[in-house]
Design a protein around this ligand. Structure first.
Ligand SMILES: [Zn+2]
Length: 68
């Protein structure tokens, strides 16, 4: 059994929405998995577990993302 280590490398910061809520623009953090494939995470907790964020060329307006 081989173990897989996920290396989370913070690269660039983008903005995007999650799920049905297209009004709240979160700050997206680009991570890269061990296969070199990038994926997005929202900076705040509210966007987590609601699917893959959609990238937008919009201003971040999520208070939680901006607060940190
Ligand atoms: Zn947010």
């Amino acid at each position: 059994m081989r173990s897989v280590t996920v290396v989370e490398v913070e690269a660039t910061t983008k903005a995007g929405t999650v799920g049905e809520d297209v009004l709240t623009v979160h700050e997206l953090i680009t991570k890269t998995n061990t296969d070199g494939e990038p994926y997005f995470l929202t900076k705040c907790e509210s966007g987590r577990g609601r699917g893959t964020p959609t990238e937008w060329l919009r201003q971040v307006n999520c208070r939680e993302c901006l607060a940190e």
